[in-house]
Design a protein around this ligand. Sequence first.
Ligand SMILES: [Mg+2]
Length: 360
Amino acid sequence: MTLAKITKVVARAVLAPLERPITTATVSIPQAPLVLIDIQTDQGIVGHSYVFTYTPIALGPMIGLVEDMGASLIGKSLHPISRMAEMEQQIRLLGRQGLVAMALAGLDMSLWDAHAKSLNCTVVEVLGAAARPIPCYDSLGVFAIGRDEPLLEKSIGMGFKAIKIKVGGGTLAQDVTVLNAVRGQIGPDIRLMIDYNQTLTVPEAVTRIRRFEDEGFQLDWVEEPVEAEDFVGHSAVRKSVKTAIQSGENWWMPDDAARAIQAGISDHAMLDVMKIGGITGWQRAASYARAASLPVSSHLFIEASAHALCATPNAHLLEYLDVAGALLEAPHHVEDGSLTPRGPGLGIGWNESAVQRALI
Ligand SMILES: [Mg+2]
């Protein structure tokens, strides 16, 4: 078999339409700023992936990084782990965080997509695992009483057995009111999680979570109560409450995951395939979580995460928050609250006319 050689790397900036804005305690994202990555080969196979820059101001720099880092791949075979090792060497002195890490992960995902396609496989098969339905939770934004009740109804109607809402923009009393309203609507059997998106101090987080415990709220986890980089603060909160703490979406590369897990900052690990180093980085970080017996959930990137979670023995939940579906020829949908990875490759193919409309 002649191995496919990489001939070109193309990056395009888009603002992807969203069904509803992504909201947290501090930001609202009306359209998803994405960079679409295509790795072309001499055998006609094209690897697809995307990265999500959160803000349009990062789109231009991201295109430059992806195409300039991608230039070093030209003429080489796909083999993602080998290519990742070389790219990491190139940026060793620059550092492996922020936009550079995101570009690295985007290229890695695109390499895995093309590599699997070149073997007529899905990525999960190339990873040595079987595709299976991964239970998902519906990731809603900031919940507003009187506005968002239909969203909960829709989630339950879609078969979700777990739902997450964002809190933290207001007072503890407001959080209690919202949690009472949400639990009242979804009943006792749907799992409920909350995300503070890094907005609290340690004492405030402890006060709020203890109050939820006193109120008898059943919360499967409280996510990022304090700043993501604050391992000491996360550990302090975790030691002071009974409720499980979730963290990890802001760990940069597997090295961060190793440090956070070693520091015992959370009861769960939530890996973001873009920040953790693509499929290659995920595999390493998930192993660290496995060694510490932590359940692994995903963050965004539903297509790639579904493949990665199937190959993760300690997999927990997939975050269902679809940022690219409007640009895909076959968007991924939940069935009975679960999502099953599919191919070819990562199962990402562009709807070119939708992409053309979203280009900026
Ligand atoms: Mg979060």
